[in-house]
Design a binder for this molecule. Structure first.
Ligand code: ADP
Length: 181
């Protein structure tokens, strides 16, 4: 499914984000930036040790990454040029500003992409794995955040939502459909 919101194409695909060729892919990291399971593990495995080396430099400088914030490294052996590591919130019944923090992940990642002249970006479904954010709500927040960001800039040409499972794919697709295009 491809939607054109001039000048940005928005797409949802099902698959593995490590195979996607864009200027930058986003990683659903954790605050330590030291790698983990899920999409984080897949990105570090496919990208190679250079990503972790750069994460360690960031850790030395600023001690990891806070929830909702984002940092950037190169992408090692991945087909993309950069990896933006953002830390999604752990779902806690919605009582801990999880929605706002998840939205910040998308906004701050897009901001960092633009700052590094990246015009094309791919997102995984942040927080919907071990962090247990409800997938339907996460999809709405993701799509709303991307629409909000691209309505204020002409610097992003393509946003790809890369969903690993059918549920996330269906939820993102229906959220994009609500945008009426
Ligand atoms: P979080 O800790 O933010 O929940 P996870 O990595 O556990 O992060 O899950 C985030 C989402 O990434 C989940 O929907 C999971 O299915 C998905 N995912 C796992 N591996 C990949 C991959 N290789 N490419 C894209 N998405 C992936």
């Amino acid at each position: 499914m491809i939607i054109e919101v001039s000048p940005t194409n928005i797409q949802v695909v099902k698959g593995d984000i490590t195979k996607i060729k864009v200027d930058c892919i986003v990683n659903a990291a954790n605050t330590s930036l030291l790698g983990g399971g899920g999409v984080d593990g897949a990105i570090h495995r496919a990208g190679g040790s250079v990503i972790l080396e750069e994460c360690r430099k960031i850790i030395a400088k600023q001690g990891g990454c806070k929830v909702g914030e984002a940092v950037i490294t190169t992408a090692g052996n991945l087909p993309s040029n950069f990896v933006i590591h953002t830390v999604g919130p752990v779902w806690n019944k919605g009582n801990n500003n999880e929605r706002e923090k998840l939205s910040n992940c998308y906004m701050n990642s897009l901001q960092l992409a633009v700052a590094h002249n990246c015009n094309t970006i791919a997102f995984p479904s942040i927080s919907t794995g071990v962090y247990r954010f409800p997938k339907d709500e996460a999809a709405k927040i993701a799509v709303d955040a991307v629409y909000k960001f691209i309505s204020n800039t002409s610097l992003i040409n393509e946003v790809i939502f890369v969903c690993f499972d059918d549920e996330n794919y269906a939820f993102i697709k229906s959220q994009l459909a609500t945008k009426g295009i």
